[in-house]
Ligand binder design. Structure first.
Ligand code: AMP
Length: 289
């Protein structure tokens, strides 16, 4: 497996007769790889000839006071995981290689601005500029690698919807593949941020997913179409039993447009964000009628 830290070296590797003969996959990550990331890599492996994993803790997507500095960085372990998964190359650029040179506490660069109605909802309400930062760096990675397919997790449902929109709006020639959320046996979605949780917090965190299942069951059990407010109330009532889970939001939205729906329609996403201590966790499940 090759490791590249510069755009020029990665490009020259990809140009050397690889691109003409082989399909290329990109799996963008922030590292601290776990089973969830591995599922994306494995899927990419089965569908492409060449898999590139990018590892970049993107400063543009962290707000002031968020965990950028303490975000887990485990390059040696990540390297081993990628090697074992038969990844062809990992791309580990520095911030300056990605064009992020900081002047006066701001990054003075062109940024990709997804539609405001998609980025000012759900996580975007508390994470101002987060999705702009994600969209900018993902667009750069797609332009650098120019993959045939790029793989993202449904775990970050808003991110996936925003990226699909950006790729569509900017006519980027890549197929975006959404992959299912991988969970621990308790139901807790694997996340690099789970490392911040104590053993007892981990047990507690599994109830975030359970609350979503409980709300979905409410829909399945109802003879009539049940109102969005009833679905949300079911999840809230479940979580009321756990006062140390601080709910930020729970919303039922259209999975593609992220707009709220008064009545259940086809292809919805029930999305949640909650804090346990200082750790912010997100999850979602799809609800298809
Ligand atoms: P991150 O390193 O957290 O930016 O995640 C990189 C990619 O892995 C994103 O597309 C995430 O949605 C995806 N991902 C993270 N956790 C999971 C999981 N538990 N199951 C499936 N995909 C995941």
């Amino acid at each position: 497996m090759q490791l590249f830290t510069t755009i020029a070296s990665l490009r020259s590797y990809l140009c050397n007769d690889l691109r003409d003969r082989k399909s290329i996959a990109l799996v963008p990550t922030m590292g601290a790889l776990h089973v969830g990331h591995l599922s994306l890599i494995d899927r990419a492996r089965t569908e492409n000839d060449c898999v590139i994993v990018s590892i970049f803790v993107n400063p543009l997507q962290f707000g002031a006071g968020e965990d950028f500095d303490k975000y887990p960085r485990t390059l040696d372990g990540d390297r081993q995981i990628c090697e074992n998964a038969e990844v062809e190359a990992i791309f580990v650029p520095s911030a300056s290689e990605m064009g992020l040179s900081k002047a006066k506490a701001t990054y003075n660069m062109t940024q990709v601005m997804p539609p405001p109605e998609m980025v000012n909802v759900l996580c975007g309400r508390s994470r101002i500029d987060h999705f702009q930062g994600v969209a900018t760096i993902v667009t750069k990675l797609l332009n650098i690698v120019q993959p045939d397919r790029a793989y993202f997790g449904c775990k970050d449902g808003q991110q996936l919807a925003v990226i699909r929109q950006v790729v569509n709006d900017l006519n980027l020639p890549v197929e975006i593949i959404g992959c299912p959320t991988i969970r621990e046996s308790s139901g807790l979605a694997y996340s690099s941020r789970n490392q911040y949780l104590s053993a007892s917090d981990r047990i507690l965190a599994a109830h975030i997913y359970q609350s979503l299942l409980c709300a979905r069951q409410k829909i399945l059990d109802s003879d009539e179409i049940c109102a969005t407010s009833q679905v949300i109330a079911t999840a809230r009532n479940y979580l009321d039993k756990f006062p140390t889970i601080n709910l930020e939001y729970i919303e039922l939205v259209d999975a593609k447009t992220l707009q709220p729906c008064a009545q259940p329609e086809a292809s919805l996403m029930l999305a949640i964000a909650a804090r346990i201590g200082n750790t912010r966790l997100i999850d979602n499940i799809s609800i298809i009628f």
